[in-house]
Ligand binder design. Sequence first.
Ligand code: SF4
Ligand code: SF4
Length: 191
Amino acid sequence: MEQPVNTTKATHEAPLSRLRAEIQENVRACMQCGTCTGSCMNSFAMDLTPRQVWRLAQLGDIESIFKSKTFYLCSACYYCTLRCPRGLQLTETMGALKRLAAAQGLTKFKQSANFYKTFMDTVQRYGRLREMEFINRYFISMKSPIFPFSYIPLGLKLMKKGKVSIEAPKLFGEGRFDRLFQKVQELEKRT
Ligand code: SF4
Ligand code: SF4
């Protein structure tokens, strides 16, 4: 079973402060030109634009960033990274903000964090998204018997349009790529 996002306050201050420093350093050279915001197809839904997120990160004000959900609305399309005239690692920085929010156990982001984690875990296990497995793992991670019911209208709509493949979810046992990722993690620990 998937582990849901840690909702207890993280005690590993050193790694968290390193992650904060990494976020700040990634955007230190931002000159606030706004190309990233103009390129982001999700910015219409964001309460802080990507450009504003970088400015707050430069100032070390991560708490203000966490008052918005902008970083969780990033779909990692890499368009801003490709177009940034300073060549900054913007998509990675959005990912680092997601990791930091999860590590700090911010309950406000529990739903988004669990969605992101179960999505990525499914892709990691199979090299692609298996919709039925992903959605079942997501429901389990939320630990609420009524939560899945809110997805019924969307599920029916997607099924009607043939957007969801009907296959039995495989919740136990290894995925095709699990051993590969385990091996990589072992090698990383040695370096
Ligand atoms: S495109 Fe690059 S330099 Fe311009 S605002 Fe965005 S991060 Fe800053
Ligand atoms: S990577 Fe994220 S922030 Fe950048 S353009 Fe795509 S959705 Fe927007």
